[in-house]
Ligand binder design. Structure first.
Ligand code: HEM
Length: 527
């Protein structure tokens, strides 16, 4: 037998083996699919890809075309993994209760590999998560922290106003979505780590600001966080063995890995620098990093009162700092861009905002305001809520069940993957009257100058910050950032949209782009 014929017979044997294995895999896949308990409407999956070729990276695209067929519960596949989507308050109630039955998020193997599960966002260990979450909540809800935040926003805004000064009389045109993303990055970076990121300064000066090493480094960091966000969908929807072994995909996942390593190094350097300053006697500040660093030493009140509580580790400090930087930046930035768009489209709402601002803050549009003043802005708060209801920043969240759970009348085994479709929950005409109308009054009850009371279904379904144990840890921060910005912009400026419609795309969050505005001084205002 020639070498060639041995080779070709081996090859044939290998090919046949692969073919047989493939047939077994496909038969097994479809056997499991057709025998699944509680079959629901949804596109038929294909092996390995699941339904990604039909629904793409955004389950709402399929749902919006198939509303009737999908009803209030439907399913789709990621690889061979079944996912159940809930989009009515009557089924969401149990999923949204703050119980351990729906504590777990989907695992993020890539982010776990990179150590990001030492924080709270990617953490599925209840006991570890619980203590860290308490720490973070204590820091973010502290009055001292929130007062510092409101002051920091005003200072950063003032700095932008200084740069607008020479041109504002004739009006300035710019892409607000970009400005807002940079502004949110600056605020979040300062409030989390005390570092300046100079993003807005570079934007306002058309990148002509003298670029020191510090500024260049901060820009690199901002771009790296952007890349991290954009990789989210990839790591959720593409099964791990594809991003590890399939050419092209593996190159991209390796570059994301390098990106996360780089971000980890930057955050670690910031932490070490601050740790040293504190060891050398610097005074403690109200920002998140100092709060975490207290818990990293034995000065943490939790560990003082309880011998079993160890100080949090350096890895935890890094991961928690990361969590807050990432979870808080793009979310607030995009939320405010949507809000600005809705206010511009609704002059009656703007008139009521002006009235509230004039009543609470008086005629001087340059006067500094406090956190306590913002607490009285009930109409502004209602407007923010209505904007968050109409367009969900995170249109869905996902949870894994623990123990057999009865949802929508079906019993589901432990480990079932549920998606809550918040976009549909918050806009369901069954229980949101005139659901497509921008009407902040629906959030004003009689204690706050209105006459509305949310129904039970409305309360369950109003979930822009998620729901259950894992709901947003920075809700109060986000609300205060947005309230502050409403006051800063509308007490002094007129804002005109340059495009008729808002443009946005979904990538981990709904992200606004190309929101061109023209901003000029409001009559009677001065710089
Ligand atoms: C308008 C702005 C924001 C929106 C719409 C928003 C929305 C959300 C949503 C939908 C979740 C997932 C909840 C779930 O899985 O049920 C979440 C989680 C989280 N958010 Fe926010 N968020 C915003 C701002 C912020 C800010 C400013 C911070 C921090 C300062 C923050 C920190 C977090 C953290 C740490 C988590 C993870 C909580 C956990 O797993 O226990 N968010 N947020």
């Amino acid at each position: 037998m020639s070498l060639l014929s041995v080779l070709s017979s081996c090859l044939t044997d290998w090919t046949s083996l692969i073919l047989v294995l493939l047939i077994i895999y496909i038969s097994n896949f479809y056997y499991n699919y057709f025998m699944r308990p509680n079959p629901l409407p949804g596109p038929i999956p294909i092996p390995i890809l699941g339904t990604i070729h039909i629904i793409g990276m955004n389950p709402l695209t399929w749902y919006n075309k198939n509303k009737k067929k999908a009803g209030t519960i439907w399913e789709f596949y990621i690889g061979s993994q079944r996912n159940i989507v809930i989009n009515h308050a009557k089924h969401a109630e149990k999923l949204c209760k703050p119980t351990k039955s729906f504590f777990k998020r989907f695992p993020f193997p890539m982010f776990e590999r990179m150590g990001l599960n030492h924080g709270i966002f990617f953490n599925n260990d209840y006991n570890l998560w619980h203590r860290r979450r308490r720490l973070v909540i204590r820091a973010l809800m502290a009055t001292k922290f929130l007062r510092g935040l409101v002051l920091c926003i005003q200072n950063q805004f003032k700095a932008s106003e200084e740069r607008w000064k020479s041109k504002i009389k004739d009006g300035i045109e710019f892409d607000f979505s970009e400005w807002m993303r940079y502004f949110a990055t600056d605020i979040q970076t300062i409030q989390t780590t005390k570092q300046h990121s100079y993003c807005v300064a570079l934007f306002d000066t058309n990148k002509k600001l003298v670029q020191s090493e510090e500024i260049k480094k901060s820009l690199e960091f901002t771009n790296a966080t952007k890349k991290f966000f954009h990789s989210f969908g990839f790591f959720i929807y593409i099964p791990p063995f594809i991003w590890d072994y399939v050419p092209g995909f593996n190159l991209y996942s390796k570059s994301c890995e390098r990106n996360i390593n780089y971000l980890n190094d930057v955050v670690n350097n910031i932490i070490n620098k601050r740790k040293k300053e504190l060891e050398e006697g610097a005074e403690l500040d109200s920002d998140l990093l100092d709060h975490l660093l207290i818990a990293h030493t034995l000065k943490d009140p939790d560990s003082k009162n309880n011998d079993n509580v160890a100080p949090i580790t350096a890895k935890e400090v890094t991961a928690l700092t990361w969590d807050i930087l990432l979870a808080g930046t793009d979310s607030t930035g995009n939320a405010f861009s949507f809000l600005l768009y809705y206010i511009a489209k609704n002059p009656n709402v703007l008139a009521k905002i002006h009235k509230e601002i004039d009543e609470i803050f008086g005629p001087d549009s340059n006067i500094e305001f406090t956190l306590e003043k913002l607490d009285n802005c009930h109409y502004i708060e209602a407007t923010i809520k209505e904007s968050l209801r109409l367009i969900l920043l995170g249109p869905y969240t996902a949870k894994i069940s623990d123990g057999i759970q009865n949802i929508a009348g079906y019993n589901w085994p432990s480990g079932t993957r549920f998606w809550i479709d918040h976009q549909t929950l918050c806009n369901n005409p069954d229980y949101w009257e005139d659901n497509e109308t921008f009407n902040p009054d629906r959030f004003l009850n009689k204690n706050h100058g209105g006459s509305s009371e949310l129904s039970n279904f409305q309360k369950i379904s109003f979930t822009p910050f998620g729901c259950g144990l894992r709901s947003c840890a920075g809700k109060l921060v986000a609300m205060n950032v947005m309230k502050s910005l409403v006051v800063l912009f509308y007490r002094k400026y007129n804002i005109e949209l340059k495009n008729e419609n808002i443009k946005y795309h979904y990538s981990a969050l709904n992200q606004v782009y190309d929101l061109k505005i023209r901003i000029r001084l409001r009559d009677g205002s001065s710089l």
